[in-house]
Design a protein around this ligand. Structure first.
Ligand code: GDP
Length: 478
């Protein structure tokens, strides 16, 4: 695997960069060596001149998009403002033109078609940012951060992608890489030129250099679980018998902010996923919408499916009607929750009733099922009580009670985490070899592996396939 950075030569690409819906203004972006000449063919100034190339870089100019192949006098497609960024001072480091047109889908598509007829190629998703990467303006972590800024669903996600975009992760990775390559270079020089470079005592020294790096990488990896929860949210399932208050809980959580509703592939139409916010924590709720009105939840969805849902979830919200007796079905649910982070909601606390299930009874049932210290919260969905306590319980269970992020840097990208783990394994092998008294040329291989894995994070050691994969997840026009 080597660098892909030096073999790039681009054609001229175009895409609609704004949302695919009607809006006041739309932007069509063009990038590549022929951006100016192609746009000039379809642009005329207010004086009806094709003079785009005469405009100053980093300026915006008024004019019209025209289709001169139309067999009539008036061939104006739209009235536009065009901005022009000259290479290398642009997003892609190529000549970039942005056409600000009216934001109707039809008019933007007509301009796009004209550009393609005039010599542009339709850009692939993420191709503008890919060019910024291939032309060396940004590294891979920054490219990934751009996508994360766009898709951020909460303040934490936005903040951590901003810090990644500012280069916090690249800086850390480069700093560690630098230390490793220095050691590799020293070994190489000593092996080549033993008279001038002395390796006596080198191994002991190396241990003192590598061990702190290992600790540093371990603490970076340790931020990733919390980082993922803060950024991506918690897969949550609401479970409980009919009438316990599951839909009321769902409504209390969704409130006015009823969010993204998506079908989950591979499940029945009955089960949908809803994303809700509990403060700044995102819960992805597996909502068993279609099974609400049935007599027996577990029976209807099937024990196996209920088990699968619980297994798949990171958090189970088990809601009980506190005014009705605990029965075998509840015990079945409790046993499903074994080894799962579970929060019990004792609902309908507002009702006075002969039967009142206490927190203690529930805790005891859970400890019989070897699920100790399960938080039990009294709620009234009718009165809207208990949601704050639920929020604290989730924060305690997943974020050690820390509502506000504590770390300076969080690893939130699985690719980075896996590569840091690979780096860690290689560095541990180095320590192993030193402790076994093996010679330097043994562990230079592992040092080099660590160096390469770190390089993959920032994109200095990646193959075309990975680059394709990463950028294909981008949106169009970015
Ligand atoms: P589900 O079958 O588990 O989804 O339960 P629902 O949310 O549909 O609630 C069943 C019934 O209990 C409805 O009539 C709700 O209005 C009522 N209910 C839900 N939560 C409470 C509560 O906290 N107090 C009272 N008094 N009634 C509730």
């Amino acid at each position: 695997m080597g660098s892909v950075l030096n073999n790039f030569s681009g054609d001229t690409i175009c895409a609609i960069a704004t949302a695919m819906s009607d809006a006041g203004i739309g932007i069509i972006r063009v990038s590549g060596p022929d951006a100016i000449s192609i746009c000039n063919k379809i642009y005329v100034s207010a004086k009806k001149e094709h003079n785009l190339s005469e405009h100053k870089p980093n300026s915006i100019t008024y004019g019209y998009i025209v289709d001169e192949s139309m067999n009539r006098d008036l061939c104006v497609i739209d009235e536009v403002m065009i901005s022009f960024m000259k290479a290398p001072h642009s997003y892609t480091r190529e000549d970039v033109i942005e056409i600000n047109s009216h934001g109707g889908m039809l008019v933007m598509n007509q301009i796009l078609e004209l550009l393609i007829k005039s010599g542009c190629r339709m850009a692939e998703p993420g191709e503008f940012t890919k060019r910024a990467f291939l032309n060396g303006r940004i590294d891979l972590t920054k490219a990934e951060a751009i996508m994360d800024v766009i898709s951020a669903q909460n303040n934490f996600a936005l903040e951590s992608s901003r810090s990644q975009l500012q280069g916090k992760i690249s800086e850390k990775v480069k700093e560690i890489r630098q230390k490793i390559i220095y050691q590799m270079a020293f070994i190489e020089s000593a092996l080549d030129d033993p008279e001038n470079y002395d390796l006596t005592g080198f191994s002991d020294n190396l241990i003192n250099i590598i061990n702190p790096i290992i600790s540093e990488i371990e603490s970076l990896i340790a931020t990733s679980d919390e980082g993922k929860i803060r950024k991506d949210g918690i897969k949550t399932v609401i479970i409980g018998k009919p009438n316990a208050g599951k839909s009321s809980l769902l409504n209390a959580l969704t409130g006015d902010e009823r969010a993204i509703v998506t079908d989950i592939a591979g499940t029945t139409r009955d089960i949908i996923e809803e994303t809700v916010r509990l403060g700044d924590i995102i819960l992805h709720l597996i909502d068993t919408a279609g099974i609400r009105n049935t007599e027996d939840v577990i029976e209807k969805i099937g024990v196996d499916k209920a088990k699968a849902m619980v297994n798949d979830a990171e958090l189970v919200l088990y809601i009980l009607d506190s005014t009705s007796e605990i029965d075998g079905e509840d015990k079945e649910i409790i046993s499903l929750c074994k080894n799962k982070k579970t929060i019990v909601l004792l609902n309908k606390d507002d009702l006075s009733s002969n039967i009142k299930i206490s927190e203690e009874i529930v805790r005891n049932l859970f400890s019989e099922s070897e699920n100790e210290s399960v938080p039990v919260i009294k709620t009234s969905m009718l009165k809207g009580n208990g949601i704050e306590d639920l929020k604290s319980a989730v924060t305690d269970l997943f974020l050690n009670g820390q509502l506000v992020p504590k770390q300076e840097l969080y690893i939130t990208n699985l690719r980075h985490k896996n590569l840091l783990q690979k780096t860690l394994n290689s560095l541990k092998l180095v320590i192993d070899s030193i402790e076994k008294g093996l010679s330097e040329d043994f562990y230079t291989v592992d040092l080099n592996d660590a160096y390469v894995s770190l390089g993959e994070i920032i994109g200095e050691e990646v193959g075309d396939d990975l680059v394709e994969e990463i950028f294909s997840k981008f949106c169009m026009g970015k």
